[in-house]
Each structure stands twice: as structure tokens, then as C-alpha cells.
Ligand binder design. Sequence first.
Ligand SMILES: [Zn+2]
Length: 396
Amino acid sequence: MTSLLLRNTRPMGAAATDIAILDGRFAAPGAPLPEGTQVIDCAGAILAPGLVEAHTHLDKSLLGLPWYRNEVGPRLIDKIENERAVKVSLGLHPQVQSERQALLSVSRGTTHIRSHVDVDTEHGLAGIEGVAETRARLAGIVDIEIVAFPQSGMMIRPGTAELMDAALSAGADVVGGLDPCGIDRDPKAHLDVVFALAQKHGKPVDIHLHERDALGAFSMELILERTKALGMEGLVTVSHAFCLGMADRAAAAALTEALAEARVHIITTAPASTAVPAVKELAAAGVLTGAGSDGIRDTWGPYGNADMLERAMLVGLRNNLRRDDELALAFDICTRGGAAIMALPGYGLAPGDRADAVLLSGETLAEAIVTRAPRPLVVKGGRVVARAGAALRPAP
Ligand SMILES: [Zn+2]
């Protein structure tokens, strides 16, 4: 039985206490600890459940490779076509790249990752196989959930739906989708395939929806209709959902209400470049919201560092969150929100919960977000996996 005692730590910024971990789970206060229990002095640092990276693309980060000079065109389809074409020449090996990014996440206090992974007729299941291998290699260090993601479209590239089916049979956890109108130009066919795969494999759905304004609202309505018709309430997520940032706030409010009713979740990356879902409105309506980095250092863009505290700051900046209770919402989105969307069992700091946690420097959670100091300690399943901002396992 493994045991660990975190001495002088402040759960969620509350008063300092000692927290014991037994056999990978938080122990009840006063529980007897075995001889030889490892004791760590936390020096008053805040203890929080592990950060949750609820939307990224582990298979295509360029971390560790030479700098990529980005000269890609402005449209979404330019980025998609370019990436598919240069993957091999850049030496983008899905297993190696995903392990590099996942370990960077671990160093920053992330204990759970949902990664969309490309499935297309050019590279087949290479991405899925690579990320699945990383998931196995990093078992006990970080949990990775795989979304089979038709990045290049499904209806416009015959054969992709069959590969999506194979990816789900091969261990993908979630059915992905992408801009049913904007990329596939056939929303009914695209969504029928996505939801049929979800039904066949008994898996949840997470759809990238970049479509803005009325077009995005139309796609979202189609997603809501199918969610309700198939009894999939609570099992469907829309990532990005830029349409919720539309200027017509009455229409956005009606959509938000419909999302709450169908228990469809939202994952935001809070980009600075476009209108985004308003997280306070989503919270007020009861829509579960998570957050993610999206692509990190890839052919789409040079940004990203896998730090979900920084994402909390970006959610705050994008939504004009200033008050401490508002920053608490941003932190909640980057932890509990993503965890609830991914239905992670035993997530939290209560006795019996899984000991997946991070120490944060700062007087309060809000200060931790603002300063984003290196994480003193990251614990996964009761074992230390990172210290002083560095993962214990070296990256490949
Ligand atoms: Zn994405």
C-alpha cells in the first residue's frame, strides 16, 4: 500500500492542514498511516485537484522539433490541407509528439487530458495508434482520453467514416465531428454519421464547431435535436461553439437555454481572435463548461504551453473576469468543469477521491492564476509525478 502525507497545505486556499493519501486516494482526517509513509512539507501551498486539459491535439504538436516557419493561408481549410500534406516531411511522429506534450502538461499540474486525434484517409489510424501507445506508456502519470477526430471532413473524403468506426473499435473513447456545414457542407449527413457511430459504440460525442453566427446556431440546433431524439442528454459536447459569441444576444440566450435543457456541454479555448461563448452566461444557465489549450505549437499556430492555469487566465481575460469569485469560475472551468464533462470518477479532494492533485503557489486561487508560478508538486494516484515545474519522467 502506498502512502503519502502532505503537510501544511491549504485545500483550495483554505486554512493549512495535513492531508493523507492512502493507496492512491485521499484518506479521511485522522486515518492511521503505515510506517514509512513519505512526508512532504508543502510550505502552505494551495492544494487543488489536478488541472484538466479538456481539449487539445496531442498527435500534432511540433514540440521538440525544429522551429516551423508558418506561412499557411488564412482559411480553416488551408490549415487542414497544409497539415495533412506536411505531417510526414516534418517528422511528426504521433507517439513521440503526444508523449512530449503530455509530459509538458504533467509538469504544469494537469492530471487528465482529452485529446482529439486526426483520422483521415491519408494517415489512417496512425495518430490513434500513436496516442494510444502514449496513453499506455504514461499510465499512472496522466490519464488520456482519445477522441476520434475527422479533421479533414467525412462527407468530402469518402472512406473517413469507415476509419472513424475502426478507430472506435481500436480504443478511441469519444466520437469527434467538425463543422457540419462549413467543412462537410452536408450537416445532416455529417451529424447522422457522428451520432450513428456514437450509438453503435456506446460512446459520447465531442464536435468542433467553429461556425459563427446563424450558421453555427443552425448546426447547434441540429446537434441538440439529435441529442434529445437519441436520449443522449449529458453525453454530447460542443467544442469552441463560437456561435454563442454572436452579436444577437437574444438568439445566443435561447441557444444557451436549449443547451442546458439537453445537457449539452461546452468546451472553450477562449481564443483572443474571435467572439466566444460567455462563460458566466453558461454558468448561470447551468451549462457545464470545460476548457482546453487546443493545438499547442503546431502547424496551425505557434502558441500554447499546456498550462491550464494560463488557460484560466485567458478565459478570465476573454470574459472580462476581474472579481475573485469570477476567477474562481475560470479555475472551476479548468478543473471540475472538464472533469465533469469527461465523467472522471472520484475527481476532487474529498476523502475517498482519487489522489490526483497539484500544489499551487499563491495566497489565493486568484493569485495562483495571475502569477502562474511553477507548480511545486504534482501527484497522480498518490505518487509524485512532477516537482518544481518539471515532470519526473524525461520526455522522449
Ligand atoms: Zn481543436
